[in-house]
Design a protein around this ligand. Structure first.
Ligand code: 9UX
Length: 72
């Protein structure tokens, strides 16, 4: 089973910020694909909901020093 979550990401100023978040999300257990778009200030994450939740992803992004708000 795979679900998709979309987030608005705040605090990114350069491409390395986006790469850092993308790598961090992709390293999480249960995340199968994460992409971050710097220009659109968004992150899109495909994940296994029995392993990881959007809340976990928000905490991960915050731990990296940025903000994340789930779109719905
Ligand atoms: Mo760029 Mo982002 O020099 O935290 S990596 S601003």
């Amino acid at each position: 089973v795979s679900e998709k979550a979309e987030f608005t990401i705040t605090g990114m100023t350069c491409a390395a910020c986006a790469n850092r978040i993308e790598k961090g999300l992709n390293k999480m257990d249960g995340v199968t694909a994460a992409t971050v778009n710097l220009a659109l200030e968004t992150a899109t994450v495909e994940y296994n909901p029995s392993v990881v939740s959007p809340k976990d992803m928000i905490e991960k992004v915050e731990k990296l020093g940025y903000g994340a708000i789930e779109k719905r």
